[in-house]
Design a protein around this ligand. Sequence first.
Ligand SMILES: NC(=O)c1ccc[n+]([C@@H]2O[C@H](COP(=O)([O-])OP(=O)(O)OC[C@H]3O[C@@H](n4cnc5c(N)ncnc54)[C@H](OP(=O)(O)O)[C@@H]3O)[C@@H](O)[C@H]2O)c1
Length: 164
Amino acid sequence: MEIIVSVDENNGIGKNGELLAHLSPDLKRLKAMTVGNIIVVGRKTYLSFPRRPLPDRENLVLTSHPEQFAEEGDAVKCFSSLNELIAYTQKSEKPVFVLGGAEIYRQLLPYCDKAHITRILSAFDADAFFPDLDNDPEWKKISEGEVITSERYPFRYDEYVRVK
Ligand SMILES: NC(=O)c1ccc[n+]([C@@H]2O[C@H](COP(=O)([O-])OP(=O)(O)OC[C@H]3O[C@@H](n4cnc5c(N)ncnc54)[C@H](OP(=O)(O)O)[C@@H]3O)[C@@H](O)[C@H]2O)c1
């Protein structure tokens, strides 16, 4: 299981249910990495998508109220417990990408062995945060990308792997 997340300088990831910044190259990269695969999100993040489900991907949603997605039929699979979700992903051959939000990153971090972190080199007012992997002995940064300055905020792509 791998994480994809964009964080600001303070590991902020969102505010009022929205992303902190929309970086078009980053969203395209996320699409390229996840199409054909499984994505896992919490109910709040799922509902924040402008288009649901994310097309051409198996959308798995964690929620204690799966009935609210009944209308979406087979397009989305809901799980009301972490164990059920983990069991499902372990049976699948497809790569699994955890796309947030904060609650889901925190709970699934122990099951992940790689994190693709888009680091936005700005500080925002945030109310949702990602764990600080730089100060987590179980994780190691293995690459730090060049700073990209074509967007409103400079950012780069960093990669972390689980070492313990
Ligand atoms: N920067 C990024 O890369 C990024 C990525 C994704 C999201 N975000 C941001 O993160 C924020 C949302 O994060 P969040 O933590 O508030 O919400 P979230 O993680 O998206 O969703 C939380 C919801 O997931 C369900 N849930 C969580 N754990 C569960 C469990 N063990 N079993 C069953 N259901 C479970 C619950 O839904 P029910 O209430 O229905 O039970 C809970 O209310 C937004 O601001 C969003 O924009 C940022």
